[in-house]
Write a protein that binds this ligand. Sequence first.
Ligand code: FAD
Length: 552
Amino acid sequence: MFDVLVIGAGHAGCEAATAAARRGARVGLLSLAPDNAGQMSCNPSIGGVGKGHLARELDVFDGLMARAADCAAIHRRMLNRSKGPAVWGPRVQADRKLYRQAIGALLRESGVEMIVAEAFALILDGEQLAGVTTSVGDLRSRSVVITTGTFLDAHMYVGTEIVAGGRCDERASERLAAQIREIGLGQGRLKTGTPPRLDGRTIDWARIAPQPSDREAWQMSALDEGVRSPQLACGITRTNERTHEIIRAGFDRSPLFAGAIEGRGPRYCPSIEDKVKRFGDRDGHQIFLEPEGLDDVLVYPNGISTSLPADVQRDFVRSIAGLERAEIVRPGYAVEYEFVDPRRLNATLEVAEIPGLFLAGQINGTTGYEEAAAQGLAAGLNAAAHACVLDRVRFDRRTSYIGVMIDDLTLHGVSEPYRMMTARAEYRLSLRADNATARLGAAALAAGCVSNRRRAAITRRLSDGATGEEAEADRLYAPYVDRQQREWEAVRRDANAWIPAGFDYAGVPGLSNEMVERLSAARPETLDQASRIHGVTPAALSALYVATAQRA
Ligand code: FAD
């Protein structure tokens, strides 16, 4: 009998399983293949703006992601350096193989039992959860965490070719998808895509602008594991008018435009055909050429995710400076999959109607490794709490991006893949990537899920106070944090304040395109009405309050 069974060894599953094990639970982790734990389905990188914040927060609870990223880092870049430290985004380009190996090693140390099997169905007696039926038999457990990512009844698309599968060369999860639909949890379909992989030996690097790694070898994790790999340069090139012509000529064979794919894709990570269609006036789009590993010839062209037919992919790639002779090793593709309405979950990511059943990761309508991993942590800590009668762990949006995400998902739901951005957090001036230990250290200690080494580091930080860059940023932001607090209190007090007719939402500083679209479509008359529009975040309300107060 397991305390916790986790279905799927992706980013959410590995964090969920190890988090539950760190709280003392007996954990089984089901994986479709023996070596795919921690597989990066798309871009070989961890972190970035908002995402780096999540990785640092996970790290405070002894999560795996930041430590594995440090072991695999072959290029580091602190994004947004030219802006204030609140929105700096630590981003690591990871050697794909080293990252998987690092996750594998951390899993082996954790005491989690790996089980190579497909989960077919939950064992339910009414609403009572008893375990999972798998391809190796029935497994009993008190809690179950489902983290099946892009695999539920998934189809992959390259032009007019459609095959069942959740990721290149991996089958879809169909039986579990059928049960999820049957018990009324399925909400609909979403899609995401990946670019073609190039053979780096066929790229003319002399024509590509190099982007070196940061000189300072900063670490993603607060615990420096001392691993230092050689750092490689990435490269930057661009699409051009000719590229766009070739892409336009392929529109009629695009599954996106020909109607084969119904699910919505990630707004902030659109395919190149989407970009060409939506932003027809642009003369080019930037492409980052990112090496996939130290001893790997593959290069990931970040920015040209596509599901156009393979011949169109080859032609448009070869129209790009430096890629005239580039060989495509594997064409890009899109994947469409089922997801669950996250409003069915409570703040611990437990399905409200089925105690003991937790869902985390892309299944909840998010996109990205960090979003998945952070939910995995929350679900794993709470699945252990359910099974072993421990305190639940809830994340607050005032103190963490994890809290912002869970709040947004479970209260507002999703209509398109949800990605973390600093604009989603109204308290972003105090939720910095550099102060995650100060914000969450006490909660991590209380959850009883950290190693002795981590405990010592947290205790040191909590009793020494901030030093260096963190202390400087605290001083820099103190007056703004105070003002922000007063503004937020005013939003709540002045909920009936009027928004002028014809108000220009696009002119409000700090409102994301997504918020501008939602508000412009709904045209609320008061802040109170705005607060009730599906998907409008507290951060957007705060920005709106300031803008309307200034114009009043
Ligand atoms: P996954 O990493 O998908 O892991 C799910 C795991 O569950 C897999 O190991 C699978 O084998 C296992 N599994 C599934 N069903 C079963 C079962 N029945 N029994 C046992 N095991 C099972 N994210 C971005 O941020 N930007 C992008 O551009 C982007 N592009 C993507 C393109 C593609 C083609 C794909 C596939 C994904 C892309 N992603 C992108 C998404 C990113 O890969 C996910 O956000 C992230 O991997 C989600 O993590 P997860 O743990 O939820 O699921």
